[in-house]
Design a protein around this ligand. Structure first.
Ligand SMILES: *Cc1c(COP(=O)(O)O)cnc(C)c1O
Length: 366
């Protein structure tokens, strides 16, 4: 008896290349797109180790936990790292990037996270890209949490290394990811003696043995199930329409924000300015005296399928994440999440207005 997951025909090189082309279309890019056979951390780390080394002066923007990780990789590669940290309740501005270049004109690499699912903010990449391009630095962007939820335009924004994963707003698998690579980025890697080669982290291996060789022979057996899932998820986005998918996420974020404010009880949007709040996920600050991880545990007790989580690390005390992405970018998931949070707050003796929250979500959705 054949099994639907186990007894598949091998994934051909031509099929693999066709999936890459489809992902490139989603990004609207003419750059080379390499699909990496692992979770997004693989191209995120591989791209930094390929492009940076001793002699690199990197401006590393920290708007959440991923920025911290990138700084550590950059230092590990021997780069000089200038960390630009902004409070998690806000976004970085193009002006702050401009000031950093004015202070250190030798900056030749900028790393930035577009949207942070972990902190709920999103950064103005188009404006920042203009500044980075004016100074000729290489621009590295983590768009894992923004792709599918808001526009990601590597070519228009001058992004040299744009990393995406399918597991957030794309509603796809976590086991494969992709990076678009500009000609400038390839040149930087080729000139970097420390760039990984004959390594799972290597992008140059994919350039030399796959892209430049006409995409005829894969480097190793591909992650077949994940590749098929990636293809199915891009197909589903194409049939709904990327704009419609992004709109669903934007509305979910606006509705969650409005609903939380109407619910009251001291629950407040964590990101102060709505224009800096990510469409992929909405973070909320708990009222004084209420521990976020306890509140989330109570809320999930009533419905474990709700897309709720407490913030990571120290944020677990004060931050709730409503992960309204992918299949959860729906009015039902938002209503359910706020109703469960409202009930959990009421259990703790906090006065809330669940009916007001419901009406606010309903009206935001219209
Ligand atoms: C989710 C996410 C990733 C991928 O990391 P996981 O924790 O494995 O999901 C990378 N970067 C950002 C900004 C993300 O939000």
């Amino acid at each position: 008896m054949t099994h639907p997951f186990l007894d598949l025909a091998p994934l051909s090189a031509a099929h693999f290349a066709a999936i890459e082309d489809r992902v490139a279309r989603l990004l609207g890019t003419e750059q080379d797109v390499v699909i990496m056979q692992g979770e997004a951390l693989l191209p995120l780390e591989g791209a930094i180790r390929s492009a940076a080394g001793p002699g690199t002066v990197a401006l590393n923007v920290i708007t959440g936990p991923y920025g911290q990780t990138f700084g550590n990789w950059l230092r590990d590669c021997g780069a000089e790292v200038i960390d630009l940290a902004v409070p998690f309740h806000t976004a970085v501005t193009a002006e702050q990037i401009r000031e950093a270049f004015a202070e250190r004109p030798e900056i030749d690499f900028v790393s930035l996270v577009h949207a942070e699912a972990a902190t709920g903010n999103t950064n103005p990449v188009a404006e920042i890209g203009e500044v980075v391009r004016a100074h000729g630095a290489l621009f590295y962007l983590d768009a894992v949490a923004s792709i599918g939820a808001e526009p990601v335009l590597p070519d228009a924004w001058g992004v040299d290394l744009c990393v995406i994963g399918a597991q957030k707003a794309m509603g796809g698998p976590a086991g494969v990811s992709a990076v678009s690579v500009s000609a400038r980025a390839w040149a930087r890697m080729s000139a970097n003696p420390g760039a990984p080669r004959r390594s799972y982290l290597s992008l140059l291996d994919w350039k030399e043995r796959w892209v430049d060789a006409g995409r005829k022979t894969l480097l190793h057996a591909p992650a077949q199930l994940e590749m098929l899932a990636l293809e199915a998820c891009v197909e589903r986005i194409e049939s709904e329409g990327l704009d419609a998918v992004m709109r669903r996420h934007a509305v979910a974020a606006a509705a969650t924000r409005a609903g939380a404010v109407a619910l009251g009880g001291g629950l407040a949007p964590y990101v102060h300015d709505a224009s800096e709040a990510a469409p992929v996920a909405t973070t909320l600050r708990t009222p004084p005296g209420v521990v976020a991880s306890d509140l989330v545990a109570r809320a999930l007790f009533s419905d474990p399928a709700l897309p709720l989580a407490a913030g990571g690390g120290a944020l677990a005390k004060e931050m709730i994440r409503v992960n309204h992405y992918g299949v959860d970018a729906t009015v039902g998931a938002v209503q359910g999440s706020l109703a469960a949070l409202g009930a959990a707050l009421a259990e703790l003796g906090v006065a809330v207005d669940p009916e007001g929250a419901r009406a606010a979500v309903e009206s935001a959705w219209r």
